[in-house]
Design a protein around this ligand. Sequence first.
Ligand code: C5P
Length: 233
Amino acid sequence: MNDPKIIIALDFPNATSALALAERLQPTLCRLKVGKELFTATGPAFLEQLMRRGFEIFLDLKFHDIPNTTAQACKVAASLGVWMINVHALGGRKMLDAAREAIARTEQQPKLVAVTLLTSMAQADLAEIGINATPADMVLRLATLARNSGLDGVVCSAQEVALLRKHCGAEFCLVTPGIRPAHASLDDQSRVMTPQAALQAGSSYLVIGRPITQAVDPLQALLDINKEIGVLQ
Ligand code: C5P
């Protein structure tokens, strides 16, 4: 089965620029991530356009609400035919259980993953909202919660992958942004890992944005990364 490891973040404000990029890529080589910005601008019809071109979609809307509202949103997201959706693990066990149950009853059954802790949250930010645990402890706690609720995996930093792989088992899906090929610009990311190192540490899928979307030749950038991680074209 074709299971591309790279998920390209379509961080664009409109359909025209997102489609221009998608048309330069190939669905056998990558999946696409549509987040809040692009989805708010373009809606479900645009997902259809991408899927018609053969791409599988990670709809990155990070739902976080009371259990019933989250479950209903997950159900509708699943009905769009996307490959993966996500929620915030900080919504708690009841919300995660409700989301899982809602997905299980759908025909499409997309993968359901949880965001553990946003990587923008450092120790001081946690303290400010009354959480005294370290970010690493929180990530492990939230990933365990997600796994116990039967979610397929979590979105986490590549730096956390080795720990989570050890605690959550071989089947748990670990989706990691913050990936930079060895010679790429860091942009605004700080704790980055190369594609190869992230996969070796135990990542299941790599979310990569600007190193591909802003490349002069995005397809070549994707081919180069696939080559680096040993995927035959
Ligand atoms: O361009 P770049 O490769 O930095 O894009 C990374 C993508 O992953 C963006 O869509 C960003 O919002 C997302 N992301 C992240 N760090 C997280 C969670 C998501 O960079 N902790």
